[in-house]
Design a protein around this ligand. Structure first.
Ligand code: FAD
Length: 285
């Protein structure tokens, strides 16, 4: 478990493999530029629909560990995997020395029929733990997963996923910390006691945020909407306001004793560096 290794809040980054149109080197330029940031781990996404092969994600996760000396986490969405695909991926991860997996169901593409060897992330959590040898992490949703019948059902399902063997959780992005605090309370009442990292995404442009909130259901508080409305046509001002907003959110989370912060970097080292330098002393206080 990554959380055991530190008694201050964890700080981690998420990167994604370059799009098909870019070369793999672009991610290494990003990682080089992130060398001033000292994350406890970097996680690497993997598109469930298979836009980039899992070997790209695995190779990036392996390089993060080998070349940059930083713990890495491989995302593993299972909805389009057969059990054999999953077993093959676990073998690859093992060969590449990757110990940590974010076990995910993955988003369902309405145009592609799922495989259904795994229906829920919890099925994959069980599968990985049957093989053994990996630290398994799960995803969670402070504002409730979009498909869940109710917040209570979502928490019940999350509890089951944790019982299947998730050692820690990483949350979906949110812009109002109160959602996160009340989610933690619901977890507590349900008896979910593993560490939960708060997912924070700094906003750098209006289109990106509108797409993300539509996809993941995160609500936009009035304070945040005002920033978007006022600065939407001024790239630098919107970026700076987005960074300031994320720093404010993180400062409040750390003051509340959060277990950790997971920064969705959008592969933008400039933004990640500015945020890290602003919160470094607060994180380590
Ligand atoms: P699950 O835990 O399976 O939950 C999905 C839904 O099913 C929820 O509504 C839940 O309440 C319900 N459910 C769960 N178990 C049961 C059960 N036993 N019975 C009935 N209902 C149940 N997607 C990618 O494709 N690639 C990535 O790299 C990626 N990275 C992510 C990183 C983070 C930190 C997060 C928060 C999400 C990420 N996603 C990624 C998106 C994720 O795949 C989607 O949000 C997906 O819709 C749900 O995945 P899950 O693992 O949370 O699913």
């Amino acid at each position: 478990m990554i959380h055991k290794k530190t008694d201050r809040p964890l700080f981690s980054l998420e990167v994604f493999p370059p799009k098909k149109t870019a070369t793999i080197d672009t991610i290494y330029q990003t990682l080089d530029e992130l060398s001033d940031v000292k994350p406890d781990f970097i996680s690497v996404t993997f598109g469930a629909g298979g836009s980039v092969s899992n070997s790209t994600s695995i190779s990036i996760a392996s390089t993060i560990k080998e070349k940059y000396g930083i713990e890495s986490v491989a995302h593993m969405p299972c909805i389009y995997m057969t059990k054999q695909d999953a077993a093959n991926m676990l073998d690859e991860l093992e060969k590449n020395g990757i110990d940590n997996i974010l076990a995910l169901r993955g988003d369902i593409n309405p145009d592609i029929e799922p495989v259904y060897d795994f229906r829920h992330a919890s099925d994959l959590v069980t599968f990985i733990n049957e093989k053994g040898g990996f630290n398994v992490i799960g995803a969670c949703y402070p504002e409730t997963h979009l498909e869940a019948a109710s917040p209570a059902e979502d928490i019940k399902n999350l509890k089951y996923k944790v019982e299947c063997g998730c050692n820690e959780l990483i949350s979906q992005l949110f812009f109002d910390n109160n959602h996160f605090y009340s989610f933690l309370e619901r977890c507590d009442i349900a008896g979910i006691s593993v560490p939960v990292e708060a997912g924070i995404m700094p906003v750098t442009n209006k289109r990106q945020i509108e797409r993300m909130t539509k996809m993941c259901g995160a609500s936009l508080p009035e304070k945040f909407r005002r920033i978007l409305d006022r600065y939407e046509f001024n790239d630098n001002a919107l970026r700076d306001a987005g960074i300031a907003y994320a720093i404010d959110q993180m400062t409040d989370l750390i003051a509340h004793g959060v277990d950790g912060i997971h920064l969705y970097t959008m592969n933008d080292p400039y933004v990640a560096k500015r945020i890290y330098s602003a919160i470094e002393n607060i994180l380590n206080a």
